[in-house]
Design a protein around this ligand. Sequence first.
Ligand SMILES: [Zn+2]
Length: 61
Amino acid sequence: MKCPLCQTPTDRNWRPFCSASCADLDLVKWLRGSYAIASHEPEDIEQAQQQLCERLDKPNL
Ligand SMILES: [Zn+2]
C-alpha cells in the first residue's frame, strides 16, 4: 500500500499515509474542504443580518 498523497510506501503507524506530516496534510485538506462547503451558510446568515439591520434603520417599512 502506498501513501495517497506522496506515493511513498505506507507506514503501519500512519496508515493509509506514510508519515505524520502526510496524515496532517490530509487532515488540513479535509478541514479546508469542509470549511469551503460550510462557508455558504455563514454568508447567508450575514446577508440576513444585513437585511434585518437595513429594515431596522427604516422603521417605516
Ligand atoms: Zn506521504
